[in-house]
Design a protein around this ligand. Structure first.
Ligand code: AR6
Length: 179
């Protein structure tokens, strides 16, 4: 299969990244919210929002099931696409970890379909959705490393020094078998 992805970690604002695809931590309604979603929605502007409305209208209920991903145009961002995914609301169930991993796999599958080579992820579910970053970071890192994808660069854009530190520890930790 393709080479394994080694994620890159940066401290910063995901709305200012130059990448093919910016990942949005959305919710299942796909309606714009707060947090990184609010920042991406504002920065991407009206054309991206209109494309999002189109996806909402065309999809079923919910428009974006937890763990899945869907793309829109990126509007005014320095990117071609926004790939929206809905993370689990923590604590939900014993499936939280699987759903969070599924978000990352689904995003990379959509990126492959689009031909996106560089993808910037936020720390999905670790804000409003309450997933402790100490638990989420190893799941996010492992899901990306183990993904079968043609994406060349996965960049985690962390919004605090603490998130960066926790992701750094997950990246540097000895790898453990998943099952
Ligand atoms: N760049 C990078 N990361 C950011 C930015 C930014 N500009 N702004 C916030 N973060 P959250 P969730 C970080 O709450 O937990 C929305 O209402 C933030 O510090 O944005 O998945 C959606 O519509 C945290 O580390 O997403 C959903 O309803 C991480 O991004 C709900 O929130 C994720 O925090 C999703 O909640």
């Amino acid at each position: 299969g393709p080479a394994m992805v080694r994620p890159v970690l940066v401290l910063g604002d995901i709305t200012t990244q130059s990448v093919d695809a910016v990942v949005n931590a959305a919710n299942t309604s796909l309606r714009p919210g707060g947090g990184v979603d609010g920042a991406i929605t504002r920065a991407a502007g009206p054309e991206a929002l209109a494309d999002r409305e189109r996806v909402i209208a065309e999809h079923g209920t919910p428009p974006l099931p937890t763990g899945e991903a869907v793309a829109t145009i990126a509007g005014d961002l320095d990117a071609r696409w926004i790939i929206h995914t809905a993370g689990p609301v923590y604590p939900g169930s014993a499936r939280d970890a699987d759903l969070l991993a599924s978000c990352h796999r689904s995003v990379l599958r959509v990126a492959d379909e689009l031909g996106a080579g560089t993808v910037a992820f936020p720390a999905i579910s670790t804000g409003i959705f309450g997933y402790p970053v100490e638990a989420a970071a190893p799941i996010a890192i492992a899901a990306v490393r183990e993904a079968d994808t043609a994406v060349e660069e996965v960049r985690f854009v962390l919004f605090s020094e603490h998130h960066l530190e926790v992701f750094r520890e997950a990246l540097d930790a000895p790898r453990r078998p998943v099952h």
